[in-house]
Design a binder for this molecule. Structure first.
Ligand code: PLP
Ligand code: TYF
Length: 397
């Protein structure tokens, strides 16, 4: 029956992670997958999260959540993404549901758009997270790219990007990452975001923000700036968010999808169709993670503790970026490596080619993904010398 089923080659990022784990060299560095590691090289359990978990009443039955998720969790998502005082939240124009991480938000959002905007096609940055193609394309959306990364300057091809956005037909869907762009680490400046927001509004397109790293760029509020700005301007748009990274709750599948509407009546209609989309996919979201997240965000003391922990993680990433820049500068004074500190979030496009990435892995045990993307959140003082030494060797002109 199933003979014709081809074998699955696996996800390249996850496969590389397995290769790393099997690598028995004593000195190695995993800078491939997008996970935040602490200074000890461990995936942290945040103190705020641990405390919230301890406070969960374990005698409460494990009933199904409604299709859209728990009400408190949904309200806390909207407050985290938009801010509690945001005009769109106050006017009840935002329909928010619990999704299975940021990935689930992409899937539910894409299914919703495919159903109600069947003629709309999607534009996405070149390059982008590879799984965007699987999830969004898999939901049947026709995908196009707009120019984004410029290898010559290690910056954004801003004029070309704007020119492409200027050509979009009304109701086109534009996927944007509000902060910590995966895979490049390059975000538009606030001035550039303002210009991008203007053209998106003018073209009457549908922005779909994918915010997987809120808090890892410049701050929890700062990173959501463009989302809040556009929602305040009355844009109709989608926002996916994730607590996988900023609460280190990867496996609990805690995320959200918020659809910002023009009126509260529209938001009610949209919420109903989001429920229907969830029903068709998996019926209802998982309970445990949302109880933990609500425990953190719903308690002022734990919320403040969490914000401080996010600040700590962000600062550690910045410190490691600076340390790598200095380490490379000391070894190769003529090379311009400033981009390590101007890029934001967990990732950095290093500009290294396939052969250099292969050498780093095979000869030095330093793992990047094949595009040359480095997960800087995998750097620590323990592996910095190894990484700087080996990178300097492969980057030598
Ligand atoms: N969007 C982007 C840009 C990501 O990098 C990721 C995770 O790596 C996701 C979405 C998915 O997040 P989650 O793990 O919460 O599903
Ligand atoms: O490293 C990245 O870009 C992500 C990490 O189910 C990841 O792909 C891996 C597996 C997964 C979700 C995210």
């Amino acid at each position: 029956m199933f003979k014709h089923i081809p074998s699955y080659p696996g996800d390249p990022i996850l496969s590389l992670m397995h290769t790393f784990m099997k690598d028995d060299r004593p000195h190695k560095a995993n800078l491939s997958i997008g996970l935040y590691y602490d200074e000890a090289g461990k995936i942290p359990v945040l103190k705020s999260v641990e405390l919230a978990q301890q406070r969960i009443d374990e005698s409460v039955p494990h009933v199904y959540l409604p299709m859209e998720g728990d009400n408190t969790y949904r309200r806390l998502i909207a407050e985290t993404v938009f801010g509690a005082d945001h005009v769109a939240v106050k006017e009840q124009r935002v329909a928010t549901i619990h999704t299975l991480g940021g990935s689930g938000a992409l899937k539910v959002g894409a299914d919703f758009l495919k159903t109600y905007f069947p003629d709309s096609e999607l534009w996405i940055s070149d390059p982008t997270w590879e799984n965007h193609y699987n999830i969004l394309g898999g939901a049947g959306l026709v995908m196009h790219t707009f120019p984004y990364y410029d290898p010559a300057t290690n910056g954004i091809r801003f004029d070309e990007m704007m020119a492409a956005l200027e050509q979009l037909p009304a109701r086109a869907i534009v996927l944007l990452q509000p902060c910590c762009h995966n895979p490049t680490g390059i975000d538009p400046t606030r001035e550039q975001w303002t210009a991008i927001a203007d053209v998106l509004l003018r073209r009457n397109v549908i922005p779909f923000f994918d915010m997987a790293y809120q808090g890892f760029g410049d701050g929890l509020d700062e990173d959501a700036w463009v989302v809040r700005h556009m929602a305040a301007q009355g844009a109709a748009m989608l926002v996916g968010n994730s607590f996988s990274k900023n609460m280190s709750l990867y496996g609990e599948r805690v995320g959200g999808l918020s659809v910002v509407c023009n009126t509260s009546a529209e938001a009610g209609q949209v919420l109903g169709q989001l429920q229907a989309t969830v029903r068709k996919n998996y019926s209802s979201p998982p309970l445990f993670g949302s109880r933990v997240v609500s425990g953190v965000l719903g308690d002022p003391e734990l919320r403040a503790m969490w914000a401080a922990e996010v600040t700590q993680m962000r600062k550690r990433i910045h410190e490691m970026r600076a340390a790598l820049r200095s380490g490379l500068k000391a070894r190769l004074p003529d090379l311009d490596v400033e981009y390590f500190v101007t890029q934001r979030g967990m990732f950095s496009y290093t500009g290294l080619g396939q052969a250099q990435v292969d050498t780093l892995r095979d000869e030095y045990g330093v793992y990047l993904i094949k595009s040359g993307r480095m997960c800087v959140a995998g750097l620590s003082h323990g592996n910095l010398e190894l990484v700087a030494d080996s990178m300097a060797k492969v980057m030598q002109p």
